[in-house]
Design a protein around this ligand. Structure first.
Ligand code: GLC
Ligand code: CA
Length: 570
């Protein structure tokens, strides 16, 4: 396998873009490609050099484009194939690479392959999916196994009134495809090839961890904790050994040595040592690997019934998770860094603070940016956009990934008030809220009401236009920070020198350094209150700081709420 020795993404800062809520070009309330094209200068000025765009292919949008019904057509709500070509051209003119989100674990139920598979039992397409007979027990029909899915109790959906079921690891409208079938695998190679020929710079391979399944489909022996008869057992369909050979074949046949970046979403159940095998710099089939280990280190995930005050960042766990991936990866592979994507609540509400909104947003930017890896920011983070703090049940129920859980929480006896406070801080639609362009109707996103929920950011001074004009804004801090990180000296230092943690055991502070001709050091107070930090260095320079003045006395730094520094030290 031929891999590039100094790949371009090592010098880039990435941006994760959710097209439906970014910018509406034709004023129908839905973000689209022409809207995005009109804002490429904004992205260029921010300093990002690669943009991962969430799915834009034809889709009934049951799971917002992650349910593809035609891989060769652009969803009309986003535009046309011509618009994609224009986007590639205009982005490339500005030095921005485009990464498409590519879903190859499942299709939409409406994909012609699946429709044919249902209609014609002898068709080739029938073999693209995982269709199995249910089990008759005492005259009653049960699904082929007790496996649970990510979005619904069972991962099997009965086909009409037959005794057959199809497999879906996510929603019922998203049947999984069968990667043991070489003909199916070839189809995905052809699709990737088509888009690479069009000029796409890479793919984010959605849910790629799940391509290989335990094909025996034998029952899981994990305990059925909620008593519904199904268990979500990731070992049955996540990061299984066969996955490596599928991905190797995919890389060899689809990429063929071209300078294209393959980013895999490998989820929460992978060990760093396994990750290294997938993303190894010389022989791994993937280039960058998104794990979930640093995104919920505050107990927010599944925290229904808890009070907001109980959600507290576990700084030690966060450091531990960064470092275990760093230790495994830095010599062997590149690594993405991120706080948030379209599947998580906004990082301001996770690890930051509404009360110290500017301070915490800046601190989170700085802290991530100088760790080892390729940083990715999620749209709106650079403006300190917040969760849907006034979102309604109807807002949250728009998402297929949340809809069923609302019903389950009601059934379990939670009040709507409890459910709402949980969803407002944890649901993924928080991050999909409408981008805040200016203090104007609908935040300047569109001239009509957007179909996705919109927060209050643009009414609170957190919008691109207002922030552009304010030298102390979060947006301008991001620009400065990205500019520093992208300078060759600092980028090389961050990627090539050893990352050293400072005062590792500090429960409130993240501090690390990189030693070189110039030694740089990050110190961040992760708390909404003042803390102390022993500081045995000499400050040679302060490259970035989110407060005025330095409170340093007798080798003790007093750190104000979310105070964060990028020092040059001696
Ligand atoms: C990935 C996507 C998520 C989607 C799921 C199913 O996790 O990021 O948004 O719902 O896959 O495609
Ligand atoms: Ca539109």
């Amino acid at each position: 396998m031929e891999k590039h020795t100094n790949p371009w993404w090592r010098e880039e800062v990435g941006y994760i873009l959710y097209p439906e809520s970014f910018k509406d070009g034709n004023n129908d309330g839905i973000g689209d490609l022409p809207g995005l094209i009109s804002k490429l200068d904004y992205l260029k000025n921010l300093g990002v050099g690669m943009v991962w765009i969430c799915p834009i292919f034809s889709s009934p949008m049951e799971d917002n484009g992650y349910d593809v019904s035609d891989y060769y057509a652009i969803n009309p709500r986003f535009g046309t194939m011509e618009d994609l070509k224009t986007l590639l051209e205009e982005a490339h003119k500005r030095g921005i690479k485009i990464i498409l989100d590519f879903v190859l674990n499942h299709t939409s139920k409406e994909h012609p392959w699946f429709q044919k598979a249902l209609k014609e039992k002898d068709s080739e397409e029938r073999k693209y999916y995982l269709i199995r007979k249910g089990k008759w027990i005492d005259g009653k029909l049960y699904p082929p196994s007790n496996w649970g899915s990510f979005f619904t109790p069972s991962c099997w959906e009965r086909i009409g009134d037959s005794d057959e079921y199809y497999f879906h690891s996510f929603g019922t409208s998203m049947p999984d495809v069968d990667w043991t079938n070489p003909n199916l695998r070839k189809k995905y190679v052809e699709i990737a090839d088509f888009y690479i020929s069009l000029g796409v710079d890479g793919f984010r391979l959605d849910a790629v961890a799940h391509l290989a399944k335990d094909m025996s489909f034998e029952d899981s022996s994990l305990p059925d904790e909620d008593g519904d008869g199904f268990v979500l057992d990731p070992s049955k369909f996540s990061n299984r050994p066969e996955l490596l050979s599928y991905l190797k074949e995919f890389r060899e046949e689809a990429i063929r040595g071209r300078n294209v970046c393959l980013i895999g979403e490998v989820g929460g159940s992978i060990q760093p040592s396994e990750g290294v095998t997938f993303a190894n710099r010389h022989h791994g089939p993937l280039d960058l690997l998104f794990n979930f280990d640093t995104v919920w280190n505050n107990g927010n995930f599944g925290s229904i019934g808890k009070k907001d005050e109980e959600i507290v960042t576990n700084v030690m766990q966060l450091k531990h998770n960064f470092t275990r991936w760093y230790d495994a990866c830095h010599k062997e592979c590149d690594m993405p860094l991120y706080w948030c994507n379209h599947d998580h609540p906004r990082v301001l509400g996770q690890y930051g603070s509404r009360e110290y909104r500017k301070e915490s947003a800046k601190a989170l930017c700085l802290t991530l940016l100088f760790l080892y890896g390729t940083p990715f920011f999620y749209q709106g983070e650079e403006l300190a956009m917040d969760n849907l703090v006034e979102g309604s049940i109807a807002d949250f129920a728009q998402d297929v990934g949340t809809k069923d859980s609302i019903l389950a929480y009601r059934k379990a006896g939670y009040t709507d008030e409890e459910i709402l406070s949980f969803l407002r801080r944890s649901a993924r639609i928080n991050a999909r809220s409408i981008f805040s362009w200016e203090n104007a109707p609908y935040g300047g996103f569109s001239s009509v009401a957007p179909i996705l929920p919109q927060g209050k950011d643009y009414l609170e001074g957190y919008d691109a236009h207002t922030e552009e004009l304010d030298p102390y804004s979060v947006l301008n801090f991001y620009k400065m920070a990205i500019q520093i990180r992208k300078q060759k000296y600092y980028n090389d230092l961050v990627l090539d020198s050893q990352l050293e943690w400072v005062d590792w055991n500090h429960q409130d502070v993240i501090a690390y350094l990189h030693r070189g001709y110039q030694t740089i050091m990050v110190v961040t107070n992760m708390r909404p209150y003042q803390v102390y930090f022993t500081f045995n260095f000499q400050i040679a320079d302060i490259l970035l700081h989110n407060y005025d003045g330095v409170l340093l006395n007798n080798h003790v730094l007093t750190l104000r709420p979310f105070e964060s520094f990028l020092f040059v030290v001696k």
